[in-house]
Design a protein. Structure first.
Length: 165
């Protein structure tokens, strides 16, 4: 009896914490399979599978005034990338170093990064998993590290990215 109650409590805590942020969901769309669709208002990223479903991931999106909408393409794929704060971030946080090495605990890029052919934006992991599901960034899309690794393995340079409200 105690073991069953403990298991139920553990499942509840994991669900409430968002520890499993990835799931297959019905997804009707007019975009091609293999497209990434980010719904900023939902704070969700969908990877369109082509069978009427998508893999849905919880994400952090840009803070109000830092969001962008439209289309881009993945133009680079990086494993544990170094991070150089963009000018706006550096201006707001002048104590940041000019570069944070890949894999460093204070590197906000996390385990993987998919850079976009638009400004200095990327879809990337995070060193702040508690930010997932919030409006937290300067325009980048943050994912749990295990989720960006999953997505990274499925996409290629040239993958279409659509960002909607």
């Amino acid at each position: 009896m105690f073991a069953r109650a403990a298991t139920a409590l553990a499942a509840f805590i994991l669900a409430a914490s968002g520890a499993s942020a990835r799931e297959i969901v019905p997804f009707e769309t007019r975009v091609s399979p293999g497209t990434i669709v980010i719904k900023t208002g939902e704070r969700q990223l969908y990877y369109v599978r082509g069978d009427g479903t998508a893999t849905r991931y919880r994400v952090a999106v840009g803070k109000p005034g830092k969001q962008w909408f439209g289309e881009a393409q993945i133009d680079g794929k990086y494993v544990r990338p170094a991070w150089a704060p963009p000018a706006e971030v550096k201006r707001d946080n002048p104590r940041l170093p000019n570069v944070i090495p890949g894999g460093a605990p204070n590197n906000p890029m996390g385990a993987r990064a998919l850079t976009l052919n638009l400004d200095e934006y990327a879809i990337h992991g995070t060193n702040r998993p508690g930010s997932i599901g919030t409006y937290a960034s300067y325009g980048c899309i943050r994912m749990l590290n295990e989720d960006i690794v999953d997505l990274y393995d499925q996409v290629s340079v040239g993958t279409r990215v659509v960002v909607e409200r």
